[in-house]
Design a protein around this ligand. Structure first.
Ligand SMILES: [Zn+2]
Length: 108
């Protein structure tokens, strides 16, 4: 895939490092490359008012709002904390993101 390189991918576990959900972790469920944003499960919940539509009743639903990519860090399961990553080239030539602290690969 061409375009901007984002340091997180779908299904990554990330920790929020800024904003109201600082220090919370969750799984990335969606990436919004154009907005430099990520949707993280259970993070940055906002209340949305919905109008009744057909069989569905209107009301207030809580939904994840995007978090700016610069406000999340990959969570390293080995280090048990958010870490910076570096890209290393594996033996088979593939690139993988690794934890700078313990070397754990995030792209297995
Ligand atoms: Zn680590």
């Amino acid at each position: 895939m061409l375009g901007k390189k984002l340091h997180v991918k779908k299904n990554d576990t990330v920790t929020v490092i800024a904003g109201k959900d600082r220090a919370k972790s969750g799984k990335v469920i969606s990436i919004l490359p154009k907005k430099d944003g990520v949707i993280v499960e259970g993070i940055n919940m906002v209340k949305r008012h919905t109008k009744p539509r057909g069989q569905e009743a209107g009301g207030i639903v809580e939904k994840e709002a995007p978090v700016h990519i610069s406000n999340v860090m990959l969570f390293c399961g080995k280090c048990q904390k958010p870490v910076r990553t570096r890209v290393t080239v594996l033996e088979d030539g593939k690139k993988a993101r690794c934890c700078v602290k313990c070397g754990e690969s995030f792209d297995k």
